[in-house]
Design a protein around this ligand. Structure first.
Ligand code: FMN
Length: 200
């Protein structure tokens, strides 16, 4: 499928075939693709929790106020991020570069994030947003539909997935085979309402 067709066809789908499963090679392809998502200073701070356990799925559905797609979709991923990834052995993120590059970049990373709680938090959301779209477009290209989700009780989900300290939950994404297409687009803003030239 052509890229722009994939982009047009990706919609938030709510109804899934609960008998459909995703073959392992498709799941691998999805993960290989999502790991190509860009992150600031290449810190790769996203962490993905795949919910394969049926009992956990039901608990998640409950935490998501009964949204049926959580139970029926082939895959459910919780997109999380480590807000401290920038300080966790950052040399790994630049391992393939020359030492002169590492000597320049590593102190930059440290000074960019040290003591800046809001920036650390913002980075988790930026990275997961990028990863989410990569994931959903890759799923569409592979013949699946998806739905990004944030309508759930964050604390309950954190408890279900045993969210570690310094990690945050960004969103949930369900992926599967659609039973019903998405409703027509609800209302798109015209470009002149959202695009500004040089300043607001
Ligand atoms: C961050 C985020 C959270 C969302 N949370 C939910 C959700 O909890 N449940 C749901 O049914 N749809 C959810 N949606 C889907 C949006 O309603 C949908 O993306 C939007 O209406 C645009 O439709 P489209 O994705 O089909 O273009 C969410 C979308 C985003 C981006």
């Amino acid at each position: 499928m052509d890229f722009f067709t994939t982009l047009q066809l990706r919609r938030a789908v709510k109804h899934y075939d609960n008998k459909a499963t995703m073959p392992a090679q498709d799941f691998e392809k999805l993960m290989d693709s999502v790991l190509l998502s860009p992150t600031s200073y290449n810190i790769q701070n996203w962490r993905f929790v795949r919910i394969s356990d049926k009992h956990k799925r039901l608990r998640l559905k409950q935490a998501a106020w009964g949204q049926q797609q959580v139970e029926d979709a082939s895959e459910v991923l919780i997109l999380c991020a480590d807000s401290q990834a920038w300080s966790d052995r950052p040399e790994r993120y630049w391992a393939n570069t020359e030492s002169s590059v590492q000597e320049m970049i590593l102190p930059m990373i440290e000074s960019f994030y040290t003591g800046k709680k809001q920036t650390q938090r913002d980075e988790t959301m930026r990275s997961c947003g990028m990863a989410a779209q990569t994931l959903m477009l890759s799923a569409k290209a592979l013949g699946y539909d998806s739905c990004p989700m944030i309508e759930f009780d964050n604390e309950q989900v954190a408890n279900i997935i045993n969210l570690p300290e310094h990690h945050v939950i960004c969103m949930m994404i369900v992926i599967g085979k659609a039973l019903k297409p998405a409703n027509p687009r609800a209302g798109q803003l015209p470009v002149n309402e959202v695009l500004f030239e040089n300043s607001f």
